[in-house]
Design a binder for this molecule. Structure first.
Ligand code: ZN
Length: 321
């Protein structure tokens, strides 16, 4: 029995923060649940988008590092993030994305589910996947997207590896995944029974060189653990299978442990709690710049360095559409 229960969040590197906000809150209709700074580089934002309550597993976060070059496709990276939407929603989304001039791909069936691939404004590969799996989800009443079509949370991620065997070994022996299915060169691994938010897809591309971080690429994928004890147990298990990790780092809204999987992709363990409501009112999540307590004394300088963010014009009640 694994202590890891599913996807917690995915963090990616974006270009300018305003464009990122306009895309995820304005077009995708996700809730900005936390406006904070990168704890290692407080002169840049860390923006968190999620469902109405910021449930663990619904959360896509960004470091807007506009100065960074574009990332490069390749192996050893998480190359696509898919987001769960209700069955029957893809035609709504195709029309909505086209209306906003978002470049969309062709709908496809993946492991029996309908998927619509597209890219965000800075080139991050995304897909919307229709699922009827039960999920923890709270609608976002401020979203421009009607509740019946809103994004439910993270569905899966796709990782490309030059050699899959060592990654598979870590996933199964170290993290509690089982191989669920194989299709078109992709292996799908599941936590528990699998289902939306509890699967991971890995392909093997032996002739493709290492990709590189940059704007439009995933920085890391975080996996859920229920609490501190589960995190320590999962960390211990990683050590037993020879995977070095960091110490537990307090990210305030959750506690984190980082490690690289053998192919090179950066993973994290993150606790389900305490959650985004710990330092601001749930009603006004995302409105104010939130700093971890140890950065509060520098609030004035930090705020001066950050670009101003304007609420996207699209953020009108869902009934307006
Ligand atoms: Zn993280």
């Amino acid at each position: 029995m694994s202590n890891i229960t599913g996807l917690h969040h995915v963090t990616a590197i974006a270009g300018p923060a305003q464009e990122n906000l306009d895309f995820y809150a304005g077009i995708l209709g996700m809730r900005l649940v936390k406006k904070s700074v990168n704890q290692d580089d407080p002169s840049t934002y860390h923006l968190f988008y999620a469902d109405g309550e910021g449930h663990a597993g619904s959360d896509l976060t960004f470091f807007p590092w506009a100065h960074m070059p574009r990332g490069r496709d390749g192996t050893g990276l998480t190359n696509e993030v898919s987001l769960a939407v209700p069955v029957g929603s893809l035609s709504y989304w195709e029309e909505r994305l086209a209306k906003h001039s978002v470049k969309i791909g062709t709908q496809a069936t993946r492991f029996g589910e309908r998927a619509l691939p597209f890219s965000d404004v800075h080139g991050l590969a995304l897909a919307l996947v229709e699922t009827s799996d039960a999920r923890e989800f709270t609608p976002w009443t401020g979203s421009p997207v009607p509740v019946e079509h809103q994004i439910r949370g993270l569905h899966t991620v796709r990782i490309s590896e030059r050699a899959r065997a060592r990654t598979e070994q870590l996933l199964t022996a170290g993290m509690g995944f089982t191989l669920l299915a194989e299709e078109n060169g992709w292996k799908r691994y599941a936590l528990g029974e699998g289902g939306s938010g509890r699967v991971l897809d890995v392909e093997e591309l032996p002739n493709v060189t290492r990709g590189a971080w940059g704007t439009g690429r995933v920085h890391h994928v975080a996996w859920r653990v229920a609490d501190d004890a589960a995190e320590l147990a999962a960390r211990k298990r990683l050590h037993e299978v020879g995977t070095p990790t960091t110490e537990v780092i307090d990210r305030f809204w959750f506690k984190s442990v980082y490690f690289n999987e053998p192919g090179g992709a950066l993973f994290e363990l993150a606790t389900d709690g305490p959650g985004f409501g710990i330092d601001e009112n749930m009603e006004t999540l995302g409105r104010d710049l939130i700093l971890p307590p140890w950065l509060e004394p520098q609030r004035a300088e930090i705020a001066r360095e950050l670009p101003a963010l304007v609420t996207p014009a699209e953020l009108t009640p869902a009934s307006a559409e």
